[in-house]
Write a protein that binds this ligand. Structure first.
Ligand code: GEK
Length: 258
């Protein structure tokens, strides 16, 4: 699939040791809430691959899903684009004329690096980068919208109105691809999958200290919900079809079609 080279392109820009995530490797007396600042942007490809099980296959599938749902003369949105991995997956999935991609993030550090990565890619579809809060932007004439691990950072009380805005700005037959860290209703399942997510991070080289300090930083910043909460909210927002299509440990992806 084309997006393998997309991950490689991001990696080319970010491969040396200084781009490895060691943000939480030293003990910190006061752990501030997690923000997407310059330090995070610098190591982001390494951080997300070692923290989010299933991230790379989901990026590949965004390319394939875009190919299926994109329509001529429409807009595609990547909301919370970070360094643009999903933006490039969308771009390489587009095979029809007249499309435009709008990639949005409210971290200027992320968007600066995203611009460098997008500029190195030679695909034709224009990409407009916007530094904005995704709750404030206008969405219109969309055939494909991606929220790849972004909704989890939005205040839960704002999530339904954001999804309603996405639904309203989408053409009939358009699709939203929503990926999220999730929690499970069953406490035993939740405990097992939490243990396995911990094992995943250790397998990819994070220490106990790094894992626990990052967990503290993300508390009240990344708020995961259950599969049922997501599906019910997507339906409430208006989507006639909303299904859960991918699960890797406690990381899931959903597709919702208008
Ligand atoms: C990827 N999708 O590589 N408005 C705009 N951007 C926001 C907001 C907001 N209100 N809140 C958070 N962000 C990417 C990965 S990362 C996921 C997405 C993660 C942005 C934030 O600045 C960050 O870049 C992104 O959402 C979340 O496919 O780090 O787990």
């Amino acid at each position: 699939m084309k997006s393998i080279s997309i991950i490689e392109q991001a990696n080319k820009v970010m491969t040396d040791k200084s781009k490895q995530d060691n943000i939480y490797s030293k003990p910190q007396s006061n752990i501030a809430g997690f923000t997407f600042d310059e330090n995070v942007a610098r190591v982001f490809p390494d951080m997300i691959k070692r923290s989010a099980p299933g991230y790379e296959p989901i990026i590949d599938m965004i390319c394939m899903l875009t190919r299926h749902y994109v329509r001529p003369n429409s807009n595609c949105y990547d909301l919370g684009c970070s360094l643009g991995a999903a933006t490039l997956a969308i771009r390489h999935g587009i095979h029809v004329p007249g499309c435009r991609i709008i990639a949005v993030d409210n971290s200027a550090s992320m968007l600066d690096k995203c611009r460098t990565i997008i500029d190195r890619d030679k695909a034709e579809t224009p990409v407009e980068l916007m530094c904005a809060d995704i709750r404030d932007i206008e969405i219109r004439n969309a055939s494909v919208i991606v929220l790849n691990f972004t909704l989890q950072f939005i205040d839960p009380s704002d999530r339904l109105s954001l999804l309603q805005k996405i639904y309203d700005g989408m053409m009939p037959g358009g699709a939203l691809i929503l990926s999220e860290k999730i929690v499970f209703e069953n406490p035993q399942k939740q405990s097992l999958l939490t243990e396995l997510h911990l094992a995943f991070k250790k397998f990819y080289g994070y220490s106990d200290l790094e894992i626990s300090q990052k967990r503290t930083a993300l508390e009240n910043v990344l708020i995961p919900e259950t599969v049922n909460t997501h599906i019910n909210r997507l339906k409430k927002a208006g989507f006639s079809r909303a299904e859960h299509w991918f699960l890797c440990l406690n990381f899931a992806s959903f597709i919702a079609v208008k």
